[in-house]
Design a protein around this ligand. Structure first.
Ligand SMILES: NC(=O)c1ccc[n+]([C@@H]2O[C@H](COP(=O)([O-])OP(=O)(O)OC[C@H]3O[C@@H](n4cnc5c(N)ncnc54)[C@H](OP(=O)(O)O)[C@@H]3O)[C@@H](O)[C@H]2O)c1
Length: 274
């Protein structure tokens, strides 16, 4: 009898999704990977199917084709993007695109996969949140809002599906050396004449620096693979540097005034006047 476990991974064409998929494959899982840029090929020992999480029809087709191979023991949802920009200048459509991909994409995917997991008597669902799901940073409001939505949604989901044998885990990565600029466009209205231009330039430089010098995505992939091998998985797994663990702690336990001052000082280096 084939007792190989199967995992479906969304957003697995690059970044943390790809590293997680490869770590799971190396641990012996059958990986069925989804992303818009896949065309249905076998790649590096994984089945790579086209998937757009903003499109219900594409999700249903992905699930249909993946289920022909095997129902999922686990679903890992990594598909994501962000738009950089001030709250004032990020357009409603840009907010909508981020929410549609990061949050509603997960909701849609779960709605298709939950019946399949119930059918096979249980499963594990891993949802990629972020440190930004716990705290806001300047000029990432659309992304931060989407990750906060995921955090609240995951708490509700976990309560509902646990009695059905389905476990939910939120992964909250700090900065990793994996994100591509392709998935981090600037809001169309941001320009040199923006009233936020100087602060924006400083914050974007800091964000870029933190990602470029971030943690190793292979280590994150291997951690998730090790956890998914356990019978019981934690509800929350933060995978971040010591600095970023500390930032979350400060955010939770210090008041908004101190927290705001620390974050502004870190991200927004004001130019001296005169
Ligand atoms: N990198 C970090 O430091 C970091 C930190 C915290 C959290 N995260 C989270 O980790 C996850 C991966 O981020 P990343 O930065 O490592 O990856 P990334 O390189 O930005 O890749 C994003 C992935 O999502 C896929 N994707 C985007 N839109 C999609 C859609 N509509 N349908 C299906 N797939 C879609 C992309 O593939 P296609 O273009 O081929 O569809 C790609 O595989 C995200 O949820 C992100 O929020 C990352």
């Amino acid at each position: 009898m084939n007792d190989q476990k199967t995992v479906w991974v969304t957003g697995a064409s690059s970044g943390l999704g790809l590293h997680t998929a490869m770590a799971l494959r190396d641990d012996g899982w059958q990986v069925i990977a989804g992303a818009r840029s896949f065309t249905g090929e076998q790649r590096d020992g994984m089945i790579c199917l086209p998937l757009d999480v903003t499109d219900g029809e594409s999700i249903r087709e992905f699930c249909r084709r993946a289920a022909e191979t095997a129902l999922p023991d686990a679903l890992v949802q990594c598909a994501g993007m962000l738009v950089l920009g001030s709250c004032e200048e990020t357009g409603t459509e840009e907010f909508r695109r981020v929410m549609d991909t990061n949050y509603l994409g997960m909701v849609r995917m779960n709605r298709e996969v939950l019946p399949l997991m119930r059918e096979r008597g249980g499963g594990k669902i891993v949802l990629f949140s972020s440190i930004n799901g716990l705290m806001g940073i300047p000029f990432q409001s659309a992304y931060t809002a989407s990750k906060h939505a995921i955090e609240g949604y995951a708490e509700c989901l976990s309560l509902e599906v646990k009695p059905l044998g389905i476990q939910v885990m939120l992964v909250e990565p700090g900065d990793h050396r994996s994100g591509s600029d392709k998935y981090r466009p600037h809001a169309a209205a941001m320009s040199d004449s923006s009233p936020y231009a100087a602060a924006y330039e400083s914050a974007v430089a800091q964000i870029h620096h933190d990602e470029t010098n971030g943690s190793d995505p292979d280590v994150l992939g291997r951690k998730i693979a090790r956890i998914l091998d356990r019978k019981r998985i934690p509800f929350r797994k933060r995978i971040a540097s010591a600095d970023q663990h500390l930032a979350v702690y400060v955010h939770r336990f210090l008041g908004a005034r101190i927290n705001g001052a620390v974050l502004r000082k870190y991200y927004i280096r004001e130019r001296k006047k005169g």
